[in-house]
Design a protein around this ligand. Sequence first.
Ligand SMILES: Cc1cc2nc3c(=O)[nH]c(=O)nc-3n(C[C@H](O)[C@H](O)[C@H](O)COP(=O)(O)OP(=O)(O)OC[C@H]3O[C@@H](n4cnc5c(N)ncnc54)[C@H](O)[C@@H]3O)c2cc1C
Length: 564
Amino acid sequence: MLQISQLKLPVDHTDADLREAAALVLGLKPAALRSLAVKQRAIDARRGHVMFSLAVLVEVENEAAVLAGRVKPGRVEVAPDETYRELDACPEHGGARRSSADLSGVPVRSPASASEACAASAAGARPVIVGTGPCGLFCGLLLARAGLRPILLERGKAAGDRARDVTGFWNRGQAFNPESNVQFGEGGAGTFSDGKLYTQIRDREHRIPWLLRELVRAGAPEDILIKARPHIGTDRLIKVVRTIREEIISLGGEVRFESRVTDVIIDAGVMRAVVLADGGKIESGCFVFAIGHSARDTFEVLHARGVPIEAKPFSIGVRIEHPQRLIDRMLYGQWAGDARLGSAPYKFVAHCGTGRSAYSFCMCPGGLVVASSSEEGGVVTNGMSSYARAEANANSGFMVEIRTEDFGSSHPLAGIELQRKFERAAFQLGGGGYRAPAQLLGDFLAGRTTREAGKVQPSYRPGVEWVDLRECLPPDVTATLKQAVAKIDRTLPGFALPDAVLTGVETRSSSPIRIPRDPATLECASIRQFYPSGEGAGYAGGIISAAADGMRVAEAVIRNASRG
Ligand SMILES: Cc1cc2nc3c(=O)[nH]c(=O)nc-3n(C[C@H](O)[C@H](O)[C@H](O)COP(=O)(O)OP(=O)(O)OC[C@H]3O[C@@H](n4cnc5c(N)ncnc54)[C@H](O)[C@@H]3O)c2cc1C
């Protein structure tokens, strides 16, 4: 199989055009291609031209001769083998119940290590995973398939009940629930999101293509397998996380909701047990903590029990909303609104004279700005979309980096205190009822309080209060955002729209801490049997990187258990 990359085709190309273009690159006639399949499709909207840029897989009669022929270097190669090979499945459990094909590309290469790990787990305690975000779920799925019958503990509720709490809080005046919200509950922080599935992590082990196939098996749209910037959308994500949970349970695992870990028992550098809010205690020889970046109470407990924690930079900013039609026209010109392209995304970084940069974060085309608090008395923004990305506004985090030297303290949890300070300021400024403070971009630039909505309707629920956002942002952040607007407008003309809406504050773009790990075993550097994982521990920054870290940790747990 050959792979041709960067095949540029017009938006309205036909299958015949594609075949012809691929054949031309190979110096063949279209009929000489035995098969042709699109591997990846990107939209190239640079320099005012909108094209598809495709990677395709083709079968031809004599690959070697074609490769030796007149092709442009770099564009044609033997299709790389992207099989995920790191995992062994115990044949008596996951491996036996499913054929290797059923395991969607997880080859049962050498079942020995998983069998031994499985025996070890049956003799001792089952692995305990705290958190059912993408990291905990995929770690749990792999451990369940390896026959280790993991126990997953989740402080929040199952996806359906959680969705009722979240939408009740946003839209129906229901009280905010600090245990069931956009950060906490089945599926973790990514359940109410745009479900963007791209990441810049290195993936030599090919976990990402495997993850995408698993998501499709669990109910995600098939186009995530070929889009260069795939996304699922909140509406589909809820079904996906439920399906993965059901598989874990069908393999002998357990998923316990409303089970918050409130303490840990560490003895002579070894984690022995976790304590739950109801007083229950679970002992095990393996604890994976995949608790996300918002589990502040749990970070405090871990710190109090001697877990090493390092402060980490994060970002603070606001959500910015523009009409999606404006963004479509800005990026797609005459093709704006074409269903083959969908709603246009954007991305920017602007280096400013303040010595800081402003950048876009988690851009949601055709999406909503959502209330994402996890603590009472704080307002936090973020964004989400449904699969259709059909809402009127585009939104993105408009962020500025906060360095550890800005924390004003060397305490490892000082970043959390800083986040909390601005979230509380936003809560007060919004009137103290979870309405968010908001301002029109024109007023923000002019330094005046907004009095009423402009032409862009803010999508944040339960609603916004028009204010001067300087009152809930660090001065350096305000100055950097102001300087950045004109710079961004030069590459994204229209970005400086005076009626664009800024809603604050966005503080949870990444974890403010990191828990060091032993690179060989992936256990905490100084506490055995404890695996800090995913975004909360500082090893991921998004759905796919968190899920991939969960897989990496599961592989390590299996390896470590088989070594005894
Ligand atoms: C609104 C929103 C939109 C987003 N959009 C995107 C996007 O489009 N694409 C993208 O890649 N990323 C997005 N993200 C970020 C992404 O969701 C996270 O990077 C990812 O979920 C991190 O995964 P995780 O498993 O490490 O942690 P989380 O997903 O945060 O999961 C942690 C889980 O642990 C549970 N937990 C915490 N403490 C305890 C405890 N003590 N006991 C028991 N359970 C506990 C929590 O309830 C939670 O379910 C978004 C985030 C938000 C909030």
